[in-house]
Design a protein around this ligand. Structure first.
Ligand SMILES: C[S@@+](CC[C@H](N)C(=O)[O-])C[C@H]1O[C@@H](n2cnc3c(N)ncnc32)[C@H](O)[C@@H]1O
Length: 301
């Protein structure tokens, strides 16, 4: 059994203030330590929050996701100055009378058990949500995510943002995360794309491709529409990258809560499979003693 030594130096990782569902924050260090060196262009085909690319030691990134709202938000962060973004957030907090714990003395707001700050913010949040749904903007959406329940990004069938108020606000912690995240987005050379993973344009320029698709056998909001055809199209793309002598890494699970992804098990036999510990702190090659959810990284290098 081969253990992997982690060589990553930075102690803390850049985290996304979006807390994106299915994000790779818990296994980020391990994941990045398993990426190849000397890559000219890194492509994150299912980037979600973008934190994998932002933390990987590559300068040139292509970040892609089919979810237009997330790409628009990343683009907004990339194209506006940090001061301007923070001012806009502040303006919305004042206009909609939302809590501002960062700028208030400790204990200023009474935190109600199990409710956090939601009592203070409910009315203003609903007003802001109404305003966003009538007249959307990236910055309103960002504030809605920060003040919304569990940082969800969710829309109903009519395309209206429908998340209820959450328990927290734009706290010191959220502020720090947001500043670091926005600075990282602005400091790297990043091209953002909003394409389906099958689009050829995605594969024209990169030399290392990372895939973190919806998992065929687990439940997440964006997994519902992921089907057998998507799964097979993905394997074909990975085989085609391999045949061009380019590198790929695929995050996935082989088993989860009694379900098994047999397509993936069969297909992945020709590549290297790295089993990532369930505690997400370590990784072992070809680990035998597997837990309920087998998080894996499948690589061709
Ligand atoms: C597991 S999440 C990625 C999380 C990301 N690695 C992170 O750390 O935040 C999977 C992503 O795939 C995107 N997605 C789903 N179907 C897609 C498709 N057909 N083409 C491109 N992206 C897709 C979803 O919008 C979602 O953001």
């Amino acid at each position: 059994m081969q253990k992997i030594k982690f060589k990553y130096k930075r102690k803390t990782m850049i985290m996304s203030p979006l807390n994106y569902s299915g994000n790779k924050s818990k296994i980020l260090k391990t994941l990045i330590s398993l990426f190849p060196k000397n890559i000219k262009i890194f492509v994150d085909v299912f980037c979600g929050s973008g934190i994998v690319g932002l933390n990987a030691k590559f300068k040139n990134l292509i970040l892609n996701d089919k979810e237009k709202h997330i790409i628009d938000l990343l683009q907004y962060f990339q194209n506006n100055s940090l001061d301007n973004i923070l001012n806009q957030i502040n303006k919305i907090i004042v206009e909609y009378k939302l809590t501002d714990s960062k700028n208030k003395p400790k204990g200023f707001y009474k935190i109600y058990k199990n409710e956090g700050l939601s009592r203070y913010n409910k009315d203003g949040f609903l007003e802001l949500r109404k305003s966003y749904n009538q007249n959307p903007s990236e910055i309103k959406l960002f504030v809605l995510i920060i003040f919304g329940f569990n940082y969800f990004l969710r829309f109903n069938s009519k395309g209206l943002f429908n998340v209820p108020v959450g328990k927290t606000d734009f706290s010191n912690f959220q502020y720090k995360k947001s500043v670091e995240f926005i600075q990282a987005l602005q400091n790297k050379n990043i091209k953002l794309l909003n394409l389906d993973f099958r689009e050829k344009e995605l594969y024209k320029n990169g030399d290392f491709f990372y895939f973190d698709p919806p998992y065929f056998i687990t439940d997440a909001p964006y997994n519902a529409s992921w089907n057998e055809q998507d799964e097979k199209d993905l394997y074909n793309i990975l085989d085609s990258i391999n045949s061009k002598n380019k590198k790929f890494a695929l995050s996935n699970v082989l088993e989860s809560n009694g379900k098994s992804n047999n397509f993936l098990k069969d297909w992945s036999k020709k590549y290297s499979i790295i089993h990532i510990d369930r505690q997400y702190t370590n990784a072992n090659y070809r680990r035998k003693n597997l837990g309920k959810t087998q998080e894996v990284l499948i690589i061709n290098y």
